[in-house]
Design a binder for this molecule. Structure first.
Ligand code: RP5
Length: 172
C-alpha cells in the first residue's frame, strides 16, 4: 500500500538520480517525509498518469520533478495535480539549456517553479519553505538554516580581513 508523504521526488531516468539525490538529502535533513520514483512521461506515459492520480488521491503537498533534454516530466505532472511542482533541469547533451527551457517555458495557467540546472538542492529547500508556510517547526528550522549560512559567510569574511587574500587562498 502506498503511504502518505508530503513530497514526491520524480525523475525521468536513473541517469538523473545522482543529481536528484540532493533534493532527498535536504528533505531528510529537515525531517520531511518523501518518496522517490523513476517514471518517464515519454517511455511509460500510462504509468506516469496513474502515479499522478495516486499523488492526488494521497494529497501529496509538493512535487519535485527532474528531467533532462526534452524535459516534459515536470510540466506533464503540473498539468495533472493541484499542488506546487518544482522542476529541476538536468544537465544534458546541450549543457542543460534544453532541459531548462523545456521546464521553464510553461504555458500560462500551468506553472512549474524552475530551479537552476542540476539545482536539486535548492528544489529541496524550496519545497521545505513551501511546507513551512503552514508548519511553525519547519519555519524555525528554515530560519536557523539561514542563520547558519549567514555565520558561515561572516566568518569567512573575518578570516579574509585577518589573512589577506593571498594567505586565504593558500589555506584553501
Ligand atoms: C530524460 O531523458 C531523463 O530525465 C534523462 O535526463 C534523459 C536521458 O535519459 P536516459 O536516456 O539516460 O535514460 O527523460
Amino acid at each position: 500500500m502506498e503511504k502518505n508523504v508530503d513530497v514526491a521526488i520524480i525523475m525521468g531516468s536513473d541517469s538523473d538520480l545522482s543529481v536528484m539525490q540532493n533534493a532527498a538529502k535536504v528533505l531528510e535533513d529537515f525531517g520531511i517525509s518523501y518518496e522517490m520514483t523513476i517514471l518517464s512521461v515519454h517511455r511509460c506515459p500510462d504509468e506516469a498518469a496513474k502515479y499522478a492520480k495516486s499523488l492526488n488521491d494521497r494529497k501529496v503537498k509538493v512535487i519535485i520533478a527532474g528531467a533532462g533534454g526534452a524535459a516534459h516530466l515536470p510540466g506533464v505532472f503540473a498539468a495533472q495535480v493541484p499542488c506546487p511542482v518544482i522542476g529541476v533541469p538536468i544537465h544534458s547533451k546541450l549543457d542543460g539549456v534544453d532541459s531548462l527551457y523545456s521546464i521553464v517555458q510553461m504555458p500560462s495557467g500551468i506553472p512549474v517553479a524552475t530551479v537552476a540546472v542540476d539545482g536539486a538542492k535548492n528544489a529541496g529547500i524550496l519545497a521545505t519553505t513551501i511546507l513551512a508556510t503552514s508548519d511553525d517547526i519547519l519555519r524555525n528550522k528554515i530560519i536557523d538554516y539561514k542563520k547558519s549560512m549567514e555565520s558561515a559567510v561572516l566568518s569567512k569574511n573575518d578570516k579574509l580581513q585577518k589573512l589577506g587574500y593571498k594567505e586565504y587562498l593558500n589555506q584553501m
